[in-house]
Design a binder for this molecule. Structure first.
Ligand code: KE4
Length: 430
């Protein structure tokens, strides 16, 4: 009735660049035909050929409750029926801002935007405004959205497509960004001693999810907090992925390391376009209309996205077992994967934290982009397709994280591991 994925891919490429609205979806890193999805429910999606897949993309981490969660669907339907957008403020967006702020001791103000890119762009703009300095330090393999000054040694889709620094970014802009190796505090200290008086901000994924999942080594984040404080720069934690995924609030709450600004997205929009930047009033009240730093958006704080995000966060807040269950299942999947690789003599390192994991075909977990890129991406390609044939849809890149939801229950984990065990022998052949 709907035709095939291949037919849709052919048709899509005639009107959309690469047939997709975001590059990583095009399967360029793994080859083959992207699946054209008709619907999702819980941990599953179905494509136009009516094939079901256990989904580990989960809207790149947005759907922590799973696809089409009834409470989220109902909330979005109610909000839409009352009016989908006003371009004016509503009690609901105040309530969501209050709920987000309540999760972080250092957050006094929250501003909603439509994407993580807008959130990180604005956080950097604030830092440059309050310090009067031009430089931004980021880390190789971290991705903060597609604003010009972030597309330097960027992760995620830029890394997947092998263009970590994009054409179209003027050298004058690229020069305002310094990208250093993740987990290398010595390199950061050296940069600060050389050019600290020009550094407006350090922006970091406190847990890196855009080169695959790379965990911070002990002391790395603390060193960033200490150096930025000593040199008068702002520390920005980009928790667009980890916010409300690795725990209530995010990694900054779990570790007690307080950045100056935090960016959030994905989970707080419940699968709708909503992200945020947040922090103390002394930084956040620099933005218009209170201060002179400009940021705006037609659909910012959109009532439908706010309803979905608020419902999602309430579901998490009201379920005291949610994060423990998510952590337990993520760990079970990670340990089961590691055992399966060992049993089949496959050299692979599985890295995990609550709600997300990555598989690197290399003997040890990578600590930075160089080590990530030393992994066997062709092995990942074979693994990806072997699992796709088994009805398990991984993120189509060795440089992304797998995302679990609360709908990924013990049965889903068991089914995934069964698919892995039956796929591994065939992975060697292809
Ligand atoms: P968006 O502009 O895509 O909403 O958010 C940008 C962003 C910012 N910060 C972090 C830590 C992010 O992970 C992202 C976006 N994440 C990717 C997935 N790794 C989005 C997927 C895509 O680009 O299609």
């Amino acid at each position: 009735m709907w035709g095939t994925n291949g037919e849709w891919y052919e048709r899509a490429q005639r009107v959309i660049p690469g047939g997709v609205h975001s590059p990583v979806r095009a399967f360029r890193a793994v080859g083959g035909v992207p699946r054209f999805i008709l619907r999702g429910e819980g941990a599953y999606v179905w494509d136009v050929e009516d094939r079901a897949y256990i989904d580990y993309v989960m809207s790149w981490g947005a759907l922590i409750l799973g696809h089409a969660h009834p409470a989220v669907v109902a909330a979005a339907q109610r909000a839409t029926a009352r009016g989908s957008s006003y371009g004016m403020t509503t009690p609901a967006d105040v309530e969501l801002a209050e709920l987000v702020a309540s999760a972080f001791p250092f957050v006094e103000r929250v501003r909603f935007v439509n994407s993580g890119t807008e959130a990180t762009m604005t956080a950097v703009r604030i830092a440059r405004a309050v310090t009067g300095r031009p430089l931004v330090i980021k880390f190789d393999g971290c991705y903060h959205g597609h604003a010009d000054y972030f597309l330097v040694q960027a992760g995620s889709g830029a890394l997947t497509l092998g263009v970590p620094s994009s054409p179209g970014v003027p050298a004058t802009i690229a020069r305002t960004t310094v990208s250093l190796p993740y987990n290398d505090p010595v390199a950061v200290e050296r940069l600060f001693h050389e050019r600290g008086d020009q550094v407006a901000a350090v922006i970091v994924e406190p847990i890196a999810g855009n080169m695959g999942l790379v965990l911070p080594v002990d002391g790395f984040l603390e060193a960033l907090r200490d150096l930025t404080r000593r040199f008068g720069s702002l520390l920005i934690f980009d928790e667009v992925i980890t916010g409300f995924r690795v725990g209530w609030g995010g990694w900054s709450v779990r570790t007690g390391i307080e950045p100056d600004l935090i960016t959030l997205g994905k989970v707080i929009g419940g699968g709708f376009p909503l992200a945020a930047y947040a922090g103390p009033a002394r930084w956040m009240d620099r933005v218009a209309p209170v201060g002179p730093v400009y940021q705006a958006g037609t659909l910012a704080g959109n009532p439908v996205a706010v309803a979905a995000g608020y419902t999602t966060l309430l579901q998490l807040q009201d379920d005291p077992t949610a994060y423990d269950a998510l952590a337990r299942r993520t760990r079970a999947l990670a340990e089961g994967l590691q055992e399966a690789f060992q049993a089949h003599g496959v050299s692979a390192a599985v890295v995990w934290t609550t709600g997300m994991l990555s598989v690197f075909f290399r003997p040890t977990p990578p600590r930075n982009l160089t080590e990530v890129q030393a992994s066997d991406v062709d092995a990942f390609r074979r693994f990806f397709h072997a699992l796709l044939e088994q009805g398990v849809h991984l993120p189509p890149s060795a440089f992304e994280a797998w995302f679990l939801s609360l709908a990924h229950d013990d049965t889903i984990v068991t089914q995934t591991l069964e698919a892995v065990r039956s796929a591994l022998p065939r992975m060697k052949d292809t």
